[in-house]
Design a protein around this ligand. Structure first.
Ligand code: GDP
Length: 206
């Protein structure tokens, strides 16, 4: 799949204020500082698209981007939405605010009819974190299709990344019968880019 164009459209405070659900939508979520902006930029080949934020936890809205892609240089163009969701689990944010973000994200995930797949970003440098496991368990409860995206793979030795990925999947197996698709990525080396594009391509857009 070739990304032809990706443009920022709008930031919405809630699912009810989001643009009309008239095309396929793919969303990205993860802990603050997991490397979400960098991954979106890497995927779209545009270093300035999603702001790589210096202050973690700042993005509090549902951010829509319009993307045009095709299977080949001259192939038919598909238009879809890419959504950058607010990061969860930022310790310095007041509990009250964290709860309202949680509610906003839950509403978005459960109500957005055109959402095809959610990409859940996990930092590959760390052992499984309770907050990420809790989040994926909620996705199971809400029946939201998702892909696990392990980020920043260039930052650790490959053996460490593999061990952390395996530990995460093993933890999931305590409650899950089937494991979701997972991809190991790096925004720095572009590792995993083709695999992510392939997943987007297979699930709907081209
Ligand atoms: P966000 O808060 O999840 O959007 O995270 P950012 O994309 O802003 O990244 C947080 C920090 O991690 C920034 O300093 C990035 O430069 C760095 N970072 C993100 N992805 C990678 C990666 O794949 N490799 C390396 N080495 N650093 C990364």
């Amino acid at each position: 799949m070739i990304i032809r164009k990706a443009v920022y459209l709008i930031s919405s405070p809630s699912v009810d204020k989001c643009p009309k659900a008239d095309r396929a939508e793919y969303a990205f979520i993860g802990r603050s500082n997991v490397g979400k902006s960098s991954l979106i930029n890497m995927l779209c080949n545009n270093s300035k698209l999603a702001k790589t934020s210096a202050a973690p936890g700042k993005t509090q809205s549902i951010n829509h981007f319009t993307v045009a892609s095709s299977r080949s240089e001259k192939g038919a163009v598909s238009n879809w939405y890419l959504v950058d969701l607010p990061g969860y689990g930022y310790a310095k944010v007041a509990q009250q605010k964290r709860r309202s973000w949680g509610q906003m994200i839950e509403n978005y995930l459960r109500k957005r009819d055109n959402l095809i797949n959610l990409f859940v970003l996990i930092d590959s440098r760390h052992e499984p974190q309770e907050i990420d496991l809790e989040f994926v368990n909620s996705l199971g409860e809400w029946q939201i299709p998702f892909t696990l995206v392990f980020t920043k793979a260039d930052k650790s030795k490959p053996g460490r990344v593999q061990a952390n990925v395996k530990a995460f999947l093993d933890s999931m197996l305590q409650t899950w019968q089937f494991l979701p698709q997972s991809v190991i990525t790096s925004a720095t080396t572009k590792q995993g880019r083709e695999e992510l594009l392939q997943i987007l391509d297979e699930s709907n857009v081209r």
